[in-house]
Design a protein around this ligand. Structure first.
Ligand code: NDP
Length: 262
């Protein structure tokens, strides 16, 4: 073996060793700002489903994670991640105010309004329950509005200035070719409109605000027949979020990097 081929072999071994030894929770470039400080993400509804996977992945990537749960006492999987846990019911003004007080002086780089619900009897317009429709609007539409406004001082203090609302393809008017899902569809279409206004009104301050469809994902809400597992959906969304620029503000993004129709 020549000395050159020995050097090549040693270089290859070093690369393989570095890849093997990189810890899963190493801090990625994405997790730090230009000054090398860890970024902070706040994720609502982080105790299960997509929110929990967001918390797991951002935490593993080295971000400071604040995860919210309606019932922190039973949010075992979230607690096990070792992230900061805050009580929050997005439809309860007192709960939002308590969270704001708890987080005073905490800069937030990225807010992910993920918490959401579906009204299960919304398939039949003639029998659906209007209380359920009111509830889904309170959680899916007014909730993100309430949380975003409450956290604006924290977001202004952060450097990232990113706001992501988890919407749904079911909120697309153009893509609605089957009807049904009364209540849920309206809640996400209205969320999309809220985001568009927010985007216009915060662009001068440097905010990037998007709505994002996670795909159809196997969670309690998505059910076992869904296309994607949470890991795939969240990996895709994190990649999209990481690549966002202010020129993207006000857009309807999809988990796989495509733009959804309104
Ligand atoms: P899950 O039902 O698995 O989880 C919903 C999360 O939202 C839970 O953490 C739940 O908390 C929380 N939540 C519900 N109501 C409130 C409230 N009033 N205040 C605070 N938190 C609340 O749903 P997914 O993880 O699948 O959905 C996450 C988001 O993605 C939702 O906005 C949903 O609409 C959207 N989405 C999901 C799709 C899918 O295929 N899964 C497809 C398209 C969009 P708790 O445990 O206390 O109930």
């Amino acid at each position: 073996m020549t000395s050159r081929s020995v050097r090549t072999l040693l270089t290859m071994l070093a690369v393989v060793a570095a890849m093997t030894l990189t810890p899963i929770n190493s801090v990625t470039a994405e997790a730090t700002d230009h000054d090398g400080e860890a970024r902070t993400v706040l994720i609502t509804g982080a105790n299960r489903g997509l929110g929990l996977e967001f918390a797991r992945q951002y935490s593993a990537a080295g971000w400071k994670v604040i995860g919210t749960a309606r019932k922190p006492a039973t949010a075992t999987a979230l607690k096990d991640l070792g992230v900061r846990l805050v009580q929050l019911d997005v439809a309860d003004a007192a709960s939002v105010a308590a969270m704001t007080a708890d987080l005073a002086d905490t800069p937030i780089d990225l807010l992910i309004n993920n918490a959401g619900m579906a009204n299960r009897d919304g398939m039949d317009f003639e029998t659906m329950d209007f209380d359920g429709v009111e509830r889904v609007l309170a959680v899916n539409t007014i909730g993100p509005m309430r949380v975003t406004r409450a956290l604006l001082p924290n977001l202004r203090a952060g450097k990232g200035k990113q706001i992501v609302h988890i919407s749904s393809g079911l909120g697309s008017i153009e893509e609605n070719t089957s009807g049904g899902y009364y209540g849920y569809r309206e809640s996400k279409a209205a969320l999309n409109m809220f985001n568009r206004s927010l985007a216009w009104n915060t662009k001068d301050e440097g905010f990037t605000c998007v709505v994002m469809s996670p795909g159809w994902v196997r969670t309690d809400m998505g059910g076992p027949e869904a296309d994607l597992n949470p890991e795939e959906s969240i990996s895709g969304m994190r990649k999209v979020i990481d690549g966002l620029t202010i020129e993207d503000t006000g857009t309807f993004q999809s988990w796989n990097g495509t733009i959804r129709a309104w």
